[in-house]
Design a protein around this ligand. Sequence first.
Ligand code: NAD
Length: 264
Amino acid sequence: MKIELKGRKAIVTGSTAGIGRAIAEGLARAGASVVINGRGEQRVAAALQELRALLPKAEFTGVVADLSTAEGSAALVDKVKDADILVNNLGTAHLNGFFEQKDSEWLDLFQLNVMSGVRAARHYVPGMVQRGWGRVVFISSESGVAIPKEMIDYGMTKTAQLAVSRGLAELVGGTGVTVNAVLPGPTRSEILGNWMKATAGEQGITQEEAEQTFLKTMRPTTLINRFTTTEEVANMVIYVCSEQASGTSGAALRVDGGVIRSIP
Ligand code: NAD
């Protein structure tokens, strides 16, 4: 199977680093023109420079916008009018004490992890339906199914993405547009990589040892006994954005290393 996305325009939110950066690279390798997004001018410029050096023939555009706000989302759609592929990758997590956490922290995370994708889908999906082809992917998490007690708010946002993704797939059924969610497990992205590096530094162990401790204590059901790479997650996303994935919509696709212990 050869994935060919020449002539397709893709937007990947939160793509200057981590999983988003790997998805942007993978889509470009398959021939799509790709819009990179991040909050900071410098980070977007650096990601563009790096990707253009890596793939000189590929077409990349950068949009600086904080998509956790309605204004940031408006700035994105103002700069990029339409898209064939939308990957709602933007998302973050903080370790939180449920009993200490303020309302505003819950609402801010909901804005960032859920509303960023809702707003982008609301703008871009009607055009996809009109043209009779489109791919929308929400990057959820195994934490949307196996809610972590130290990040209940994060789990809530990741479950919400599954609901939005399935509902939207229902809404655009039969139009040539597919909508799916991808559920990564612990992945060596920028945020989790930095966390593991810091833990390793504090405890005088290697990053691999810190990751192993994390898996043993927090995700003991892993079947691969390691963190996934950002490329492994990206591979699933590139497939689900392909022509060949036309039979898959409304699905929650796992790249969680088997952490979730259920069959379907
Ligand atoms: P990351 O922090 O490594 O990268 C996030 C990217 O988003 C960065 O480029 C950052 O600059 C950008 N960004 C952050 N806030 C932004 C904002 N307000 N507006 C625009 N850009 C912004 O994150 P990651 O680990 O690669 O996570 C990507 C997605 O994968 C998230 O939705 C996350 O919940 C999900 N996920 C990650 C893991 C994991 O283990 N890393 C596991 C499951 C799901």
